[in-house]
Design a protein around this ligand. Structure first.
Ligand SMILES: Cc1cc2nc3c(=O)[nH]c(=O)nc-3n(C[C@H](O)[C@H](O)[C@H](O)COP(=O)(O)OP(=O)(O)OC[C@H]3O[C@@H](n4cnc5c(N)ncnc54)[C@H](O)[C@@H]3O)c2cc1C
Length: 498
């Protein structure tokens, strides 16, 4: 009975973001052109959603592969051709719009359930979440079994603000909590150590140090991933590299709908004209900017003809990046001794290492290499490189030492190949960013922005935010041309006690 009431209050755990008018036509009758800048998930989403309705879409990507942070490319090492992805990704069950898209293009058949969302602690201890009750509120209560919530939590008067986690609401949460960091919240509420660790691991999933992470964004993330639905922290991963399991399906769809994909073509020249936009000297009716925050700032700082739109330009040029993050993939001659771990685990982080992926058990191409060479492929992530680790060598050394700390049996292994990425192109979900975050629809007619960094009034995050924002930008253009919008969904917009 109580479970039914919770489900009803949380709108059956999903809501419609729009109600497309089915009496409107689907397809464009007169030619209209769109420049989509950036070929990550947001750009792919905008390009797919518009091209299938008859728009002439040109997709510009600065790299020689599509996918952005979901990209995959080959490289040479010691005479071998190997492949790496940008990094392991979890496709959470809450990603309603992205998953509908994966189904539509046929890529959903590559998704494999992870088993459990696992955090490794020192001394071989670990925390899983799979056994928790699925129903919201009951799932929180279940956390007491693992000590995340203890009896002191229940009598600690300082923890009253904790109830705000169950009260997520766009109208109030950002006003109250966007200026407060997770660290400050945890200190203020005298949060116990285990709960702190678990929350910190979520904050690092947003590439922010706990002292920088906006508590409002963290409350939204808890609402989205845990407190407003029955999907818990369960997710799926792709059974092969991103090129084979995902991007090739997107390319097939884009080719079928005549999208001209310009690889290795950074857009350096963007101009607003009287009739539309010039992108690298080619005219377009519409422009959807889907670049990452770092490149968006540069592009907009040099764009021409945007002077009358100071507010939009100022928001776009003052976007904040996360700190640095690192991804180190290792091809080795050894395997970990524990066969029962899921393919991806988070750590409680000694200093630098946030997660380990066991690629030899995660995907086909790696499994083939592993079988042939009788060795493991591991990927080590640091979502927020500590400020005192500067050079590549320092970061790599820390990642490896900490890896050996959790997996001492691998000390002394031979590293046959490695691929290292040390980047700073993730959006900063830091304190005091929300008010100035740009929205998809700008005050410039025909100009839209999309990506995991835009401000939206729906409950989506990361890959789902990137896909959904691209689809919403496409819907605005469909609306302008009096065409039927595509249907989009979201988790409920308010928490159970909001
Ligand atoms: C290591 C790692 C692990 C992650 N794990 C997860 C996870 O488990 N779950 C999850 O949901 N999310 C995860 N994410 C986040 C996820 O990858 C992003 O939220 C999402 O892919 C962002 O997509 P996007 O299209 O907004 O941006 P991007 O993927 O950054 O795409 C932007 C594109 O614009 C291109 N570009 C930039 N400037 C120009 C220019 N001037 N001209 C042309 N092209 C340009 C870039 O090359 C890029 O292809 C992870 C990210 C990383 C880095």
């Amino acid at each position: 009975m109580l479970r039914q009431l919770i489900k009803k209050k949380l709108q059956n755990y999903r809501i419609n973001l729009n109600n497309p008018d089915t009496s409107l036509p689907l397809n464009l009758q007169q030619p209209k052109s769109v420049a989509v800048i950036g070929g990550g998930i947001a750009g792919i989403s905008a390009a797919c959603n518009l091209s299938e309705r008859g728009f002439q879409v040109h997709l510009y990507e600065k790299e020689n592969y599509l996918g952005g942070k979901l990209g995959s490319w080959q490289f040479q090492s010691h005479g071998e051709t190997l492949r790496t992805d940008h990094g392991f990704h979890g496709f959470f069950r809450q990603y309603l719009n992205l998953r509908n898209f994966l189904k539509k293009i046929g890529a959903d058949k590559h998704l494999i359930p992870i088993g459990d969302y696992t955090i490794l602690f020192e001394k071989n201890k670990r925390q899983g979440f799979q056994a928790l009750d699925k129903t919201p509120v009951f799932n929180v209560w279940g956390l007491r079994k693992s000590g995340i919530i203890d009896w002191k939590t229940l009598i600690n008067p300082y923890l009253l603000p904790f109830i705000n986690l169950l009260q997520f609401d766009f109208a109030t949460t950002y006003k109250k909590f966007d200026s407060e960091s997770f660290t400050s919240f945890a200190n203020r509420t005298k949060m116990n150590d285990k709960m702190r660790l678990v929350f910190s691991s979520f904050s690092r999933a947003f590439f922010a140090e706990p002292e920088d992470m906006s508590m409002a964004e963290l409350i939204k993330s808890f609402h989205f991933y845990f407190l407003s639905n029955e999907d818990g922290l369960q997710y799926d991963f792709m059974d092969n590299n991103f090129q084979e399991s995902l991007i090739s399906y997107c390319q097939e769809f884009l080719n079928k709908h005549h999208v001209q994909i310009h690889y290795s073509t950074p857009v350096n020249e963007l101009e607003k004209t009287d009739t539309g936009f010039m992108v690298n000297n080619k005219p377009f009716n519409y422009c959807v900017l889907c670049t990452d925050v770092k490149h968006t700032k540069n592009l907009m700082a040099n764009a021409k003809g945007f002077e009358p739109f100071k507010n939009t330009v100022s928001k776009l040029t003052s976007l904040k990046q996360s700190g640095r993050y690192a991804v180190l993939r290792l091809w080795t001659d050894r395997f970990e001794s524990d066969n029962n771990l899921p393919v991806f685990v988070l750590t409680d982080r000694l200093k630098c290492l946030d997660s380990v992926t066991f690629y030899h058990k995660a995907e086909k191409e790696s499994a083939d290499w592993s079988k042939k060479n009788k060795g493991g492929i591991f990927e080590l992530h640091s979502y927020s490189v500590p400020k005192d680790l500067i050079t590549d060598e320092e970061v790599k050394a820390h990642l490896l030492n900490e890896f050996y700390h959790y997996f001492p049996e691998l000390q002394g292994m031979n590293i046959l190949h490695e691929y290292f990425q040390h980047r700073d192109d993730f959006p900063g979900f830091h304190t005091n960013q929300y008010a100035n975050r740009p929205e998809i629809k700008t005050d410039i007619a025909g100009f839209y922005v999309a990506g995991d960094w835009v401000k939206m009034n729906n409950c989506t995050m990361l890959m789902e935010a990137a896909y959904t924002s691209g689809a919403i930008a496409a819907n605005y253009i469909l609306q302008t041309e009096a065409l039927q919008e595509n249907k989009l969904e979201s988790m409920p917009l308010k928490g159970i006690f909001a």
